[in-house]
Unconditional design. Structure first.
Lengths: 340, 312
C-alpha cells in the first residue's frame, strides 16, 4: 500500500469513526461536550506518553479516555448541584484539565515529544508514517488499524444498543420511567466518545475532531428526519424468544402502589428479554410490558396484559404483541397516558 | 516576609508590570462581561468566539500584508478577530433560527468551521510570501510575556470601549439578560440588543487572546462569573465581583508563573481561576456546598428530635 493511499484510508476511517457517535451526540444536545472532552484528554495523553511512550498504544488511548470521562462526570455533578447554571458547568472543567496538559507539555519531559501544533490539528502524515508490514508486504499505516478497531467498536455499540440509544436520546424521561438505565448507558456512550476522540486526536488534532463528529451529523440532520430503523429494535430475535421460553418468571409482581387502589397483584408476567431485560441497559424493574390487571386487559392470551397510566384510557384490543417501547406507547389511546 | 522584597523587585521589572497590568485588565473585563453570558446561559459562546477569532486574525493579517506589506498591526488583527467573533455568533444563531439544529450543535459547527478556516489560513500564511509571519501562533496558546506597550494601550482601549458600552446600556442589558420577553415588550428589540450585547462580550474576549490564548479564554468568561454567582444575588455585585475575581486570578497567576520560571502564564491563570471557583462552590454562604450540608444536617437532627411526637 502506497503512502498516499494509507493517508487517505486513515483520514477516511477517522472521519467515519467520529461520525457514528456524532449523530447521537448532536441529538442528545451534547455537541459542545465533544469540544470539552477533546481538550480534556490532553493531560491523559501526556501522562500516558510518559509511561507508554507511543501515541498509538491502546493503553494510552484508554487512559486518556478516562480523563475525558472525568469531564463528563464532573459536568454532570456540577449540574446536579444546581449551583452553576446554563452551559457554564461545561466550561469550568476542561480549561483546567487542558491547562494541566499544556503545563506538562511545556515542561518537555525527556520522552514526551508532543508539539503544541500537533495538539491542535494532529498530524495525519506522521500518524500514517509507520506501516504495518507482514514479511515484505506493507498492509497500510499501523494507526489505520487502531482507528479501524475504534470504528468497529462504535458500529458494534450503536447497532447493539440502537434501541436503547434511540429511546434515551429522544425521550430520556420516558426511558427512565420504563426502567432503562439511562445514566449507565450515557456514561458508557460518553466513554466510547472519549475513546473515539482520543484515538482521532493523533490524526485529526483536538479541535478538528469536533468538526468530524458534529458537522456530518448536523448536515445529515438537515436532510433526514429519522434514524434508520433497526431490525433488532422492531422484532425480538430468536435468541430472546428462546430465552423467554426457557426462563421462569423469576420476578414477582411489585406490590400494588398506593395510587392504584384497584390493582390486585395477580397475573405475574415477567417482561421478557425481547424488551431488553437481558441487556445491560434494558428495562429491569418497571418494564413497559409489565403485567397487571388494571384497566381492560386484551382478550387475546398471546398478548401480555398492559395498563395505561390513566384509568379512563383502556387498551385497544387486538393489537399485535408488544415488541418495543414505541409500540407499547401507541397502544395507550391518549397521548397523555403512558404505559406503566 | 523575606518574599516581600523579592515581590517588590519583581514589580519593579518593566515587563512584569506590563504583563500584570494587561492580564488584570483582561481578567476584569472578561469576568465582568462574562456575567452577562453566564446569565444568558450561553457561556460556551465565549469558546466559539475565541476560536472563531483565529480566522479573523489570519484574514486580517493577510489583508494587512497585502495592503501595507506588514501584517503585524495589532489593532487590525484585533478588529479582524472581533468581526470574526461576531460573525460566528450570527452564524450560530442563524442556523438555530432557520434549521432544526439546536444551539449546542450550531455552536459546535460554527466553532469547527471558523477555527478550521483559521487554521487553513494560518497554513497559507506559513507557506506564502508574507513578512514576519511567525508571531501569529501567540494567539493560539497565548504568551503573556509577549505583550508590548502598544498591546497594552490597545487592550486598555478595547476594555474601556467594552466597559463603557456595558455601563451605557446597563439597564437594557440587565433587562434583556433576565427577561428577554419583557425587554421586547417594553420596546428594546432583541434584534438590536442581542448583537450589541454579544459584540461587547466579543470585545472582552478578543483582547485576552494574546494573554491566555484562544483555547483557554473560555475560562476567563465562565469561571469568574460562576464563582461570583455563589457570593451575591444582585447583578451589580456579580459583575463587580466577577471582574475582581478575574483580575486577581490574572495577577496571582502571572506572579506564580514569573516566580516559577518556565511555566506558561495562561494555564497557570486558568488553574488559579479554577481554584477560586472550587473555593466559591464549597465555601459560599447560603449556597455553598458546605453550608448546604450543614443545613441539611441540622434539619435532619431537627427531624429526629421531632420524630417521637409524630403519631405512628
Amino acid at each position: 500500500v502506497s503512502f498516499l493511499v494509507g493517508v487517505v484510508a486513515l483520514a477516511l476511517v477517522t472521519a467515519l469513526a467520529c461520525a457514528v457517535p456524532g449523530v447521537f451526540l448532536l441529538l442528545r444536545k451534547d455537541a459542545m461536550m465533544t469540544e470539552a472532552v477533546s481538550h480534556a484528554v490532553l493531560p491523559g495523553i501526556v501522562i500516558g506518553l510518559l509511561f507508554v511512550g507511543a501515541l498509538d498504544s491502546p493503553f494510552l488511548i484508554l487512559a486518556a479516555a478516562l480523563t475525558g470521562l472525568l469531564v463528563v462526570l464532573g459536568t454532570e455533578y456540577l449540574r446536579s448541584t444546581g449551583l452553576v447554571e446554563g452551559d457554564a458547568p461545561l466550561g469550568l472543567l476542561f480549561p483546567a484539565l487542558f491547562s494541566i496538559g499544556i503545563i506538562l507539555v511545556s515542561q518537555r519531559f525527556a520522552n514526551v515529544h508532543l508539539d503544541e501544533h500537533v495538539v491542535l490539528v494532529g498530524d495525519l502524515n506522521l500518524a500514517a508514517f509507520i506501516h504495518l508490514e507482514v514479511g515484505d508486504v506493507s498492509l497500510g499505516p499501523r494507526y489505520l488499524y487502531v482507528m479501524l478497531a475504534v470504528l468497529l467498536l462504535n458500529i458494534a455499540f450503536v447497532t447493539r444498543f440502537f434501541k436503547e440509544l434511540q429511546v434515551t436520546t429522544f425521550d430520556p424521561d420516558f426511558a427512565q420511567l420504563s426502567g432503562f438505565s439511562v445514566r449507565r448507558l450515557h456514561y458508557t456512550f460518553m466513554f466510547l466518545v472519549s475513546i473515539t476522540i482520543t484515538a482521532a486526536f493523533y490524526a485529526a488534532g483536538s479541535i478538528l475532531t469536533v468538526a468530524l463528529m458534529i458537522v456530518p451529523a448536523a448536515t445529515a440532520h438537515l436532510v433526514t428526519k429519522r434514524l434508520p430503523r433497526c431490525w433488532r429494535s422492531r422484532r425480538p430475535s430468536p435468541w430472546s424468544e428462546r430465552w423467554r421460553a426457557s426462563a421462569p418468571p423469576t420476578r414477582s409482581t411489585p406490590p400494588p402502589r398506593a395510587r392504584w387502589p384497584s390493582s390486585s397483584a395477580s397475573a405475574s408476567w415477567s417482561c421478557s428479554s425481547a424488551h431488553g431485560c437481558g441487556r445491560p441497559f434494558g428495562p429491569r424493574e418497571r418494564s413497559p410490558c409489565d403485567a397487571s390487571t388494571v384497566g381492560a386487559t386484551v382478550p387475546d392470551r398471546s398478548v401480555p396484559p398492559l395498563r395505561c397510566a390513566c384509568a379512563e384510557a383502556p387498551l385497544r384490543s387486538g393489537t399485535p404483541p408488544c415488541t418495543g417501547v414505541r409500540e407499547v406507547r401507541s397502544r395507550c389511546r391518549s397521548v397523555a397516558c403512558r404505559p406503566v | 516576609v523575606s518574599a516581600l522584597p523579592a515581590l517588590l523587585d519583581l514589580l519593579g521589572d518593566h515587563t512584569v508590570r506590563t504583563v500584570l497590568l494587561g492580564a488584570s485588565v483582561v481578567g476584569f473585563v472578561a469576568g465582568a462581561l462574562g456575567s452577562f453570558a453566564y446569565l444568558r446561559r450561553q457561556s460556551m459562546m465565549g469558546d466559539v468566539v475565541s476560536h472563531a477569532a483565529l480566522l479573523g486574525i489570519a484574514a486580517a493579517f493577510i489583508a494587512a500584508s497585502l495592503a501595507t506589506g506588514s501584517g503585524h498591526h495589532t489593532l487590525v488583527l484585533l478588529l479582524g478577530a472581533s468581526l470574526a467573533g461576531v460573525l460566528s455568533i450570527l452564524f450560530a444563531t442563524a442556523v438555530v433560527k432557520h434549521s432544526r439544529i439546536t444551539m449546542d450543535g450550531a455552536m459546535a459547527v460554527s466553532l469547527a468551521l471558523f477555527f478550521g478556516g483559521g487554521l487553513t489560513l494560518m497554513r497559507v500564511i506559513q507557506t506564502g510570501p508574507f513578512a514576519q509571519r511567525t508571531g501569529l501562533n501567540v494567539y493560539i496558546f497565548g504568551r503573556a510575556a509577549a505583550i508590548t506597550r502598544a498591546d497594552l494601550q490597545l487592550i486598555a482601549l478595547f476594555a474601556l470601549v467594552a466597559l463603557a458600552f456595558m455601563l451605557l446600556n446597563w439597564k437594557v442589558f440587565k433587562l434583556y439578560s433576565f427577561d428577554s420577553v419583557l425587554s421586547e415588550l417594553v420596546g428594546f428589540r432583541g434584534r438590536t440588543v442581542e448583537p450589541l450585547l454579544q459584540a461587547t462580550i466579543v470585545l472582552a474576549v478578543v483582547i485576552g487572546l494574546k494573554v491566555v490564548g484562544l483555547i483557554l479564554m473560555i475560562a476567563f468568561v465562565v469561571a469568574p462569573a460562576s464563582a461570583a454567582r455563589q457570593w451575591t444575588r444582585s447583578l451589580e455585585g456579580m459583575v463587580l465581583l466577577s471582574g475582581l475575581f478575574g483580575a486577581s486570578a490574572a495577577v496571582v497567576g502571572t506572579l506564580i508563573s514569573v516566580v516559577a520560571g518556565d511555566v506558561p502564564t495562561g494555564p497557570v491563570i486558568v488553574l488559579v481561576l479554577t481554584a477560586i471557583v472550587v473555593v466559591s462552590l464549597l465555601a459560599a454562604p447560603r449556597r455553598g456546598l458546605v453550608a448546604r450540608a450543614l443545613r441539611r444536617r441540622r434539619q435532619r437532627l431537627d427531624l429526629v428530635r421531632l420524630a417521637p411526637q409524630v403519631p405512628r
